[in-house]
Design a protein around this ligand. Structure first.
Ligand code: MF3
Ligand code: CO
Length: 255
């Protein structure tokens, strides 16, 4: 079932997702060579606690995997998503790093991600970041009452293809609310005009993940990597569908 949020619930979704945006913004200020992914994880935990919220990913259970051990997912270069943090994973000039954050407050979840450049990155990686972020932007513009999930999926797929990139296999966006992952599934490929219709009060996390060399991914426990070890980028916003048009809940003016 797709949950529709009422006014009160929407306010709570705004608050959880505002905290996500705040964490992403503040971690962005720390993205420099020499910083470890564990430093980033710990900073995120601090900010989440200051905001009287909980880290949603820490302890999260999926399938037969052990509970996810960190508060952020930090995925470097060929890691697609769910990368582990470590004091030994030190950011280097030329890296790209995807940061994914989930927060729970007052019973509602927020979810967002962004891929950052560390120092000077290759032109190819730069294009990958730009195109993946662009796909998210175009997809959000499709979040209109009466459109369908397939309208979102198809523009994401088209944006990857047109730019010579590949949609990462095995991963999708999702509805979000009282659960981190709710219906509907929001794939990064598909046919326009297909799938569930968007109605006022739906909240969905849209999250394109694009790879440079192949769609194929390999999973080791939680961590997804590209099969050819080419770079991968991930951007995610939680979006509220309204009559007036989409409202990006994980958006900060200063982001
Ligand atoms: N961030 C992922 C998503 O957007 C979920 C992360 S799973 C976790 O759906 F275990 F890391 F929490
Ligand atoms: Co998500």
């Amino acid at each position: 079932m797709i949950s529709i949020k009422n006014k009160v619930e929407i306010e709570l979704m705004r608050e959880s997702n505002r905290i996500v945006a705040e964490v992403i913004y503040q971690l962005g200020q720390l993205m420099k060579p020499g910083v470890s992914t564990l430093d980033l994880n710990n900073k995120a935990e601090e900010i989440i606690a200051e905001n009287s919220a909980e880290a949603a990913f820490k302890g999260y259970q999926m399938d037969d995997l052990s509970p996810y051990p960190f508060s952020i997912c930090a995925s470097i270069n060929y890691e697609v998503v769910h990368g582990y943090s470590s004091k030994n994973k030190i950011l280097q000039n030329g890296d790209i790093i995807g940061i994914d954050i989930g927060v729970k407050k007052n019973g509602f979840y927020g979810d967002g991600a962004r891929t950052f450049a560390i120092g000077h990155i290759s032109e190819e990686n730069m294009k990958l970041l730009e195109v993946t972020e662009l796909a998210l932007k175009i997809a959000i513009e499709k979040c209109k009452v009466g459109n369908r999930i397939g309208d979102i999926s198809s523009v994401i797929e088209k944006t990857a293809k047109e730019n010579g990139f590949y949609v990462a296999d095995g991963l999708t966006g999702h509805g979000i609310g009282r659960e981190l992952h709710e219906e509907p599934c929001v794939p990064n490929f598909g046919k326009a005009g297909s799938g569930p219709r968007l109605v006022e009060g739906m909240t969905i996390a849209i999250e394109p993940m694009f790879n440079i060399g192949t769609s194929k991914t390999v999973e080791k426990g939680w961590v997804f990597c590209t099969a050819d070890r080419s770079s991968s980028a991930h951007f995610e916003h939680t979006v509220l569908v309204r009559k007036e048009g989409p409202e990006i809940l994980t958006f900060l003016e200063r982001n």
